[in-house]
Design a protein around this ligand. Structure first.
Ligand SMILES: Nc1ncnc2c1ncn2[C@@H]1O[C@H](COP(=O)(O)OP(=O)(O)OP(=O)(O)O)[C@@H](O)[C@H]1O
Ligand SMILES: [Mg+2]
Length: 346
């Protein structure tokens, strides 16, 4: 007997054209039925692009015909008209950023767990591993990336009127903090923020990037959700501290990504433990909570980052520890996590 699960699993091999994500994770498969070796699948695209539809149809038919026991395949791909698409679902409004291969969000269910620290260090670690990397600070109210990356110059404007991101430690950086004066509070409302983020993606001359990391503001509320919908994310990384892990904070982060069909690349446990100058390991917030929670949530565990004064100091100085001391245990921890992350994105 051909199960619906087997059919769905087969369709997971079909990527949305130009994206690293599959059509099932994007929520495009609306109906599957099967009887006597015949399979019928209905999909609803949110883009009016006829080439994408044809490619998805051909590829889906191919993988389904390869399933044992399948004798006949019917794939229907529905598309909105160009007019409908503009007002359609969230995904319709996502535009691929030209030249950028992978966009990854760094989020957590809670503030102050080290999202920005991890985003900055992972960006530098991916660069250290030889990738072309950008770092986009989506925290409009509390941008901390400029400080952590040590960038203060204003972006210049190119001949074709795009913002040119300054480069720090080999990483292209964009943040609202680079555009506003220090003491100017941001009092924008949601729509304005979304518009800014949109501009940050499409009106910034990112050039060719292997990875664009996106530092999200704290929390998993509506603001974060709509950001995840604005940005065509390839996946999300969740940062937690050991004690938060057990409090449902991780679950909230995972739920947020799942709501908008963004694959969870994994969980990072930050501030895992502290090593005293004498070498004694002290587990201030408990330990292993992240790994256990990741297992419970069936999400990959990417690694742990110890609590080190040097990490904070490096951040405050504008040179992430991965850059200032790649061989320090903290630098190594970030590089290992970047390696794990890169594997998930291949
Ligand atoms: N592993 C670590 N060891 C030592 N200090 C750390 C570590 N991770 C983060 N910090 C420090 O903790 C503070 C909060 O980190 P960070 O700003 O990265 O958190 P955040 O989750 O981005 O916060 P917010 O929710 O406000 O955006 C910073 O001062 C940072 O230097
Ligand atoms: Mg932050």
């Amino acid at each position: 007997m051909l199960s619906l699960e087997a059919i769905q699993k087969a369709l997971q091999a079909v990527k949305y054209p130009g994206f690293s994500r599959d059509i099932v994770s994007f929520g495009l498969v609306k109906d599957i039925s099967t009887a006597n070796g015949a399979v019928s699948v209905t999909m609803q695209l949110t883009s009016p692009n006829p080439e994408a539809a044809q490619q998805i149809k051909t590829e889906s038919e191919r993988v389904l015909k390869n399933l044992p026991g399948v004798s006949h395949v019917h794939v229907e791909v529905k598309q909105p008209t160009a007019g409908q698409a503009a007002t359609g679902s969230a995904f319709a409004n996502q535009t691929k950023v030209p030249g950028v291969k992978r966009i990854v969000a760094v989020a957590s269910g809670k503030g102050g767990v080290g999202k920005s620290t991890c985003a900055a260090n992972l960006a530098c670690a991916l660069k250290h591993l030889g990738a072309k990397v950008g770092l986009l600070d989506c925290d409009i109210y509390g941008p901390s990336i400029p400080l952590m990356m040590g960038v203060y110059e204003r972006p210049s404007v190119s001949a074709d009127e795009r913002l040119v991101p300054p480069v720090a430690h080999g990483v292209k950086v964009m943040s609202i903090g680079l555009l506003l004066n220090d003491d100017q509070p941001v009092i924008w409302r949601g729509p304005m923020i979304n518009k800014t983020i949109h501009q940050f993606l499409l009106a910034v001359a990112w050039g060719n990037l292997d990875y664009l990391l996106v530092d999200l503001p704290p929390g998993t509320g509506d603001a974060q959700l709509s950001l995840c919908q604005t940005v065509p994310l390839d996946g999300g990384v969740i940062i937690s501290t050991p004690q938060e892990a057990s409090l449902g904070v991780v679950r909230k982060g995972i739920a947020m990504f799942r709501k908008v069909n963004v694959p969870i690349l994994g969980l990072v446990e930050n501030m895992s433990y502290f090593t005293t100058p004498a070498g004694e390991r002290v587990e201030i917030f408990g330990h292993g909570g992240g790994q256990e929670e990741a297992a419970r949530q069936k999400a990959p565990f990417l690694g742990e980052v110890p609590l080190f004064t040097e990490i904070r100091e490096a951040g405050d100085r504008g040179t992430p520890i991965v850059v200032s001391a790649p061989n320090h245990p903290a630098g190594k921890a970030f590089i290992q996590i970047a390696q794990a992350l890169r594997q998930k994105l291949d």
